[in-house]
Ligand binder design. Structure first.
Ligand SMILES: C[S@@+](CC[C@H](N)C(=O)[O-])C[C@H]1O[C@@H](n2cnc3c(N)ncnc32)[C@H](O)[C@@H]1O
Length: 272
């Protein structure tokens, strides 16, 4: 539910999209958007900073990852690697993975600017290029999970690369947001769509008919079910409140909506 940076005329649809088409759309979309994304949100994220979403709720406070010192950590959908850099600053061996080469170039830029290097790899969340049981922690802050069609494979991949007892942590658009128009102002407060309609949100290039951006919706019970099916025990489900004095608009997230409805869900789970 983007509608923040349409660079060419797009039409918005709800229709089924498979994994290959989701990836073909979202990689180039993030390449096109990366410069503007980092220019707009980089300061809020912090070069060495870990927030879970537009509310500014920090991992320092949330503690979903647990202690990271000395741990092998993978960030999926790492973007410019701000979160991984925060982990590295606390002694974790964090590495990043992202679908967008341009986002990873921004990660290189921050490596140089901060002196904290996050080794990173271009790849997709549904085919992680790592051996089994490589990591103690896998996390994603608004990274890949809502962009993949094949969520079961994605969560299975997370389980595969985690060691037994390892942590999975991720944030997503709060599933209830899918009932509302993606508008930060008053129109975004009236439910217009079924919460149970899992049909993906799709932007289509008006001229070429090519799908240019995709997001996938799952209900809260879908998330719990896919974690359980892949051997995870849920440890956290956090719904950060919008801080009273926080007046930043990020896409459909704003104070107007944030004071009334949850915008972000954060899950933590342990691999059995
Ligand atoms: C909203 S950004 C979040 C990045 C970073 N966590 C942050 O807070 O800035 C989403 C990121 O997920 C990446 N992404 C989207 N689909 C992906 C996929 N299938 N596999 C890996 N990364 C993906 C995008 O390229 C983008 O960098």
């Amino acid at each position: 539910m983007k509608q923040e940076w349409p660079q060419r005329p797009v039409r918005v649809e709800r229709r089924p999209v498979d994994e290959a088409e989701s990836r073909r759309a979202n990689g180039p979309d993030w390449d096109r958007y990366a410069d503007e994304y980092q220019a707009t949100h980089g300061e809020f994220l912090g070069d060495i900073g870990f927030v879970w979403g537009p509310e500014g709720f920090a991992e320092e406070e949330a503690g979903v990852l647990g202690p990271v010192d000395g741990k092998d950590v993978l960030e999926v959908g790492s973007g410019a690697g701000q979160c991984s850099r925060w982990v590295r600053a606390r002694g974790g061996r964090a590495i990043g993975l992202d679908l967008s080469w341009r986002q990873l170039q921004h990660s290189r830029r921050l490596d140089e600017a901060t002196g904290l290097v996050v080794p990173s790899v271009l790849g997709t969340a549904t085919a992680l290029p790592f051996a089994d049981a490589t990591f103690d922690v896998v996390f994603s802050s608004f990274g890949a999970l809502q962009f993949v069609a094949d969520l079961d494979t994605c969560i299975a991949e997370n389980a595969r690369v985690l060691r037994p007892g390892g942590r999975l942590a991720f944030s997503i658009t709060h599933p209830t947001r899918w009932s509302f128009p993606d508008d930060p102002e008053e129109p975004g407060l009236t439910a217009t769509q079924s919460y149970w309609d899992r049909t993906p949100y799709v932007e289509v290039d008006d001229e070429t008919g090519v799908v240019t951006y995709v997001e996938h919706h799952r209900t809260l019970s879908d998330w719990v079910a896919v974690l359980a099916a892949n051997g995870f025990a849920l440890t956290h489900l956090l719904e950060p409140e919008w801080p009273e004095d926080h007046d930043r608009v990020w896409g459909g997230w704003s104070r107007t909506r944030g004071l009334l409805t949850p915008g972000t869900a954060i899950f933590g789970a342990e691999r059995r």
